[in-house]
Design a binder for this molecule. Sequence first.
Ligand code: NAI
Length: 228
Amino acid sequence: MNVFTILNERELNHEFDVAHNMRYHRIPNETVRRLPIYLRGLIFSLEQGQEKVSSRRLAELLAVNPSQIRKDFSYFGDFGTPGVGYNIKKLTKEISKILKLDVGHKTALVGVGNLGSAVLAYPGFKLYGFDIAAAFDSDPKKVGRKINNVLIEDVSKLKTLKRRGIRLGIIAVPRQAAQEIVDSLVKAGVNGILNFCPCYITVPKKVKVIKIDIAMDLARLPYYMPVS
Ligand code: NAI
C-alpha cells in the first residue's frame, strides 16, 4: 500500500493535474524540505478517517508552527476553508505530485551490511512509493542471499540498473568505497543518491545527492540541552 492507494484516485478532483511543474518551480527549498513532514501528518489523518484538518491540528500533530504551515501551503494553492480546514485528500495528492511521489521509484541499495540490511528490511519506504528493487554487495558470502525478498547481487552487476529502470541509489558501503560506487551508479544512469557514508562525494551537476548523517545530528543535540 502506498499514499496513492490510500487516496483512491477515483475520489480525487483532477483539476489539480494542470501543469504543476510550471506552477511549482518557485517553491523555496526550505518549504520542499518540510513537505514530506506534512505528507506524513496528512496520511496519518487520512488513516484516521478524517476529511479535513486545520493548520492548528496539523501543527500539533507534527510539532511545527501553524503559521509556517499556512505560509508553506500558500505557495501551491488554496486548499483550506477558514474555520473548516484543509481538504486532506486534495492536499495529500498535491504534495505527492510536487515531490514526484505520484510515480513509483525503483531504488537500488549498495552495501548490505549492518545499516544496509536494516534499510532493506524497513517497510516504511513503500508508503511513499519507493521500492528497493535491487541490492548489491562485494562480499561473496552475502551475494545470492535474500533480505525481504530482495536478492543480493554482486556489485559488478550495477551496470544493469539502467535497463532495469532504476534511477535512484542508496549507498551504505565503507567510506573508502563510496566514491567508486557513486561513479558506478552515475555511469549506470542513477541520478538521485542517498548517501549514508560519512564522506563527501563528487557527482556531475545533473545528479542530486542527499546525505544522511546521524552523528552530525547527534553532535548538535547537546547544544540545545539544558545545562544540569
Ligand atoms: P558494514 O561494514 O556492516 O557494511 C558495509 C557493507 O558494504 C558490507 O556488507 C561490505 O561487504 C559492503 N562493501 C564494502 N565494499 C563494497 C564495495 N566496494 N561494493 C559493494 N559493497 C561493498 O558497515 P555499516 O555499519 O553497515 O555502515 C555502512 C556505512 O554507513 C559506513 O560508511 C558507515 O560509516 C555508514 N553509517 C552511517 C550512519 C549515518 O548515520 N549516516 C550510521 C551508521 C553507519
